[in-house]
Ligand binder design. Structure first.
Ligand SMILES: [Fe+2]
Length: 172
């Protein structure tokens, strides 16, 4: 399904594409507002053809324009990302289920230690810039599938993903 075919989402995505060239604060607030609308009425996700991977997660491309890209991530129970940071802005909203976000502090170019965590339930929206070390890991620690929508400040034609660098977890 092309999200632009949905009247409300088509309007939201057109606004996001137009905001991609705006100052970063304008772009981020547009992305946040779009995600807040999308997570507030989550039923539209049922119409998407989303890939699933038992025990893992999938990235499903939804939209790309003006150097930004929008993805739906499906998190099966037990799905865990690497510890990573981003080379671009990253906004996400949780549509269904819950994902745990764990933050890390780098102790070298290759290793990092956990500094905190939070469970993000349906309706949660966050935006962040690649402003210095901003390491995190996403985990579906529950027994239900989770779905989140991610808006990244990168052109999907130019980058394979939003990940800048990956780290190993240091056991101190
Ligand atoms: Fe991330």
């Amino acid at each position: 399904m092309d999200l632009r075919a949905l009247p409300e989402h088509g309007t939201l995505l057109a606004g996001l594409g137009a905001a991609a060239a705006a100052p970063v604060e304008v772009y981020l607030s547009t992305a946040r507002r779009m995600l807040e609308r999308m997570v507030a009425q989550p039923d539209w996700v049922s119409g998407l053809a989303l890939e699933r991977k038992p025990g893992g997660y999938t990235r499903n491309f939804l939209f790309g324009e003006g150097g930004i890209s929008v993805w739906a991530m499906v998190w099966s129970p037990g799905a865990t990302t690497s510890v990573h940071d981003h080379h671009c802005s990253c906004c996400f909203g949780v549509v269904r289920g819950a994902v745990r976000e764990v933050w890390f502090r780098p102790i070298s170019d290759t290793h990092a230690v956990a500094t905190g965590e939070a469970d993000r339930g349906p309706g949660y929206v966050a935006c962040m810039l690649p402003s210095g070390p901003n390491l995190h890991q996403m985990i579906n620690a529950g027994s239900e599938e989770a779905v989140s929508i991610h808006v990244y400040g990168y052109d999907h034609h130019l980058h394979a993903s939003s990940v800048d660098r990956e780290y190993q977890i240091a056991r101190l």
